[in-house]
Design a protein around this ligand. Structure first.
Ligand code: SF4
Length: 300
């Protein structure tokens, strides 16, 4: 009996270790691919008390120990004075961890509830207020980078939200200059799946603070997109990964944005493209070989 228990405990430990390694590898890869952190940076890690931001801080601390460069980390939580916010949880966690931290107390909850009629979604004003405060705090703490805990699934959901409801091909950037032009905002979890941060939070036993204390409902459209992606992945495993990889493999000449590609000035140069084009842009039933004067594209 003991041998069986030992075996399963060993397996759990092995899987947990694999998960930690995967998170470190993916975060390290995103940091490298987008040059997110450089020598001498002071990174403000925004900690909401949710699973993703805990995972972000934890993995960044591990990577910092192994990194060939020196950078500083300061954890920052914005206490928005939502009812029942357990204000003692994060200070205790961060003190035990030995990480420099700052808790910014700003009652955005009252502002939002005063300005937004009851029953309407408050997230957009709340996020705008939070963003402004975080930029100011980054300035005061001397942080040049602001790290946020958005992961691969947040990026994908945003991409589909923009496409379905905003008519734009636009995701969530892994790295961008803040609205005030002074800081670099980075998303080191950009390659990490949400299910991995979920599992990691459970493994590490992070003291999670629920995100619905303000009483606001999660955006219904985002909920629908999340369900759609989950359903796709169930029916066609690998599809979500393929869509995500498409975000880094953009072919402007095969889209319709005239600002991205110079369609109007496009000229023929008489030089054949040696690779041809193997994209999915042909009619499945076309038979170009039978059309006189047309040289069919040769598959690679
Ligand atoms: S869920 Fe509440 S705290 Fe979070 S962004 Fe929306 S209004 Fe703000």
């Amino acid at each position: 009996m003991n041998a069986v228990i030992d075996k399963s405990a060993e397996k759990v430990a092995y899987e947990n270790n694999k998960l930690h390694k995967r998170l470190c590898r993916l975060v390290g890869q995103a940091i490298g691919d987008f040059n997110m952190i450089e020598e001498g940076d002071k990174v403000m890690v925004c900690l909401s008390g949710g699973k993703d931001s805990y995972a972000l801080l934890d993995i960044l601390l591990t990577l910092r120990e192994r990194a060939p460069i020196h950078f500083d980390i300061v954890a920052v939580n914005l206490d928005q004075k939502q009812p029942n916010f357990p204000a003692d949880v994060l200070p205790r966690y961060l003190t035990d961890l030995g990480v420099p931290f700052h808790i910014e107390n700003q009652d955005t909850y009252s502002i939002v509830t005063r300005l937004i009629p009851e029953g309407k979604t408050t997230c957009s004003l709340c996020s705008r207020l939070r963003r402004g405060i975080l930029y100011r705090v980054a300035d005061e703490l001397g942080c040049n980078k602001i790290a946020l805990g958005h992961h691969r699934d947040d990026i994908l959901e945003t991409f589909f939200l923009n496409m379905f409801f905003g008519g734009k091909l636009k995701g969530m950037p892994a790295k961008l200059v803040s609205d005030d032009g002074k800081h670099m905002v980075i998303r080191p979890l950009a390659y990490v799946k949400e299910e991995d941060t979920e599992r990691y939070a459970a493994v590490k036993g992070f003291p999670i603070i629920p995100c619905d204390l303000c009483g606001s409902q999660e955006n219904l459209q985002r909920k629908q997109i999340k369900a759609m992606l989950r359903d796709w992945e169930k029916k066609t495993p690998g599809r979500v990964e393929s869509v995500f990889s498409a975000l880094s493999t953009v072919v402007p000449s095969h889209l319709m944005d005239r600002n991205l590609f110079g369609f109007t000035d496009l000229k023929t140069d008489g030089v054949a493209n040696p690779l041809g084009d193997i994209a999915f842009d042909e009619e499945p039933c076309s038979t170009p070989a039978t059309v006189p004067g047309i040289i069919p594209l040769q598959p690679k």
